[in-house]
Design a protein around this ligand. Structure first.
Ligand code: ATP
Length: 265
């Protein structure tokens, strides 16, 4: 059944009055789809993901995961943020098993699941390492393993590679697409990196700014077994240009925010 978002509206009260961050957002994400939402800075991407994660409540509208209304955080949604959110005093295995411990899962089952997901992300031999002993990319793989360990119905990724250097980012994109193909997990990822979004997503939602609305929904016509070579294909370049053009339209009224640096291609 996947994830459905119905007429979502989010308004914040600020010192300068109220601000509509999201307006009339409707999403339909089927099981095992890989979806990216892309938009300029301030288009409400993080707000959208936080609402889906249940970390904040909508002003109007509602969200369903597998037909169940979201009323708060839950193990059916695994979240990975841009900044490494590992507990520095816990080793890698303890970090991956943390959510499972909170769910009251027995030590033996925890050990089995942690072992399995560390293998999935290729970090078995780092089980006893502390986060500070790992590179940025490895830390994000631990965060992904932790999110997967609770066997969520959907993986929510908030610019997970935004803090990584270009080369690590490319490696992590390939890692993520292989992981998605091997596990069949449903993914919703937000990013302002157009190339990343076009490379990863089967389908893209493009958000407009202030208020954040769905400006366009695009299906990516790229092979499912994509590798970084795919980025050189003319179809890939055409898709990227289409998205950039839609975002350029946004930048006319928000050019102070949507610099080429922010588009990051
Ligand atoms: N807690 C809050 N209180 C008031 N305004 C907020 C709050 N959170 C977000 N906003 C505002 O809502 C709008 C959308 O913010 P959000 O962080 O969701 O955008 P974004 O697309 O994720 O941006 P970026 O790409 O820069 O992270 C912005 O104008 C922001 O200032």
């Amino acid at each position: 059944m996947g994830l459905q978002v119905y007429n979502l509206h989010k308004q914040f009260t600020t010192r300068n009055g109220s601000l509509v961050a999201l307006k009339d957002i409707n999403l339909n994400i089927e099981e095992s789809e890989f979806i990216c939402a892309v938009g300029a800075s301030g288009s409400g991407k993080s707000t959208l993901l936080r609402l889906i994660a249940g970390l904040d409540t909508p002003t109007a509208g509602h969200i369903q995961v597998d037909g169940v209304k979201v009323t708060g955080p839950g193990p059916d949604r695994g979240m990975v943020f841009q900044k490494y959110t590992l507990y520095p005093w816990m080793n890698v295995a303890e970090n991956v098993g943390f959510g499972l411990r909170l769910q009251g899962i027995s030590k033996s089952e925890r050990r089995e699941k942690v072992g399995y997901y560390l293998q999935v992300v290729g970090l078995s031999e780092f089980a006893r390492a502390l986060p500070k002993e790992l590179s940025g990319g490895m830390q994000q793989r631990v965060a992904i393993a932790r999110a997967l360990a609770s066997q969520p119905k959907i993986l929510l990724l908030d610019e997970p590679f935004g803090a990584l250097d270009a080369q690590t980012k490319e490696t992590m994109q390939q890692f993520l697409i292989d992981l998605w193909r091997n596990t069949g997990v449903t993914v919703l990822m937000i990013t302002h990196d157009v190339e990343e979004a076009v490379f990863l997503a089967q389908r893209l939602y493009i958000l407009s700014s202030r208020p954040g609305t769905i400006k366009k929904e695009l299906t990516m016509d790229l092979p499912s077994d994509r590798t970084y070579h795919t980025k050189r294909h003319s179809t890939f370049q055409d898709c990227k240009e289409t998205v950039l053009e839609l975002l350029r339209g946004e930048s006319i009224s928000h050019n102070f925010e949507l610099s080429e640096r922010k588009i990051a291609v």
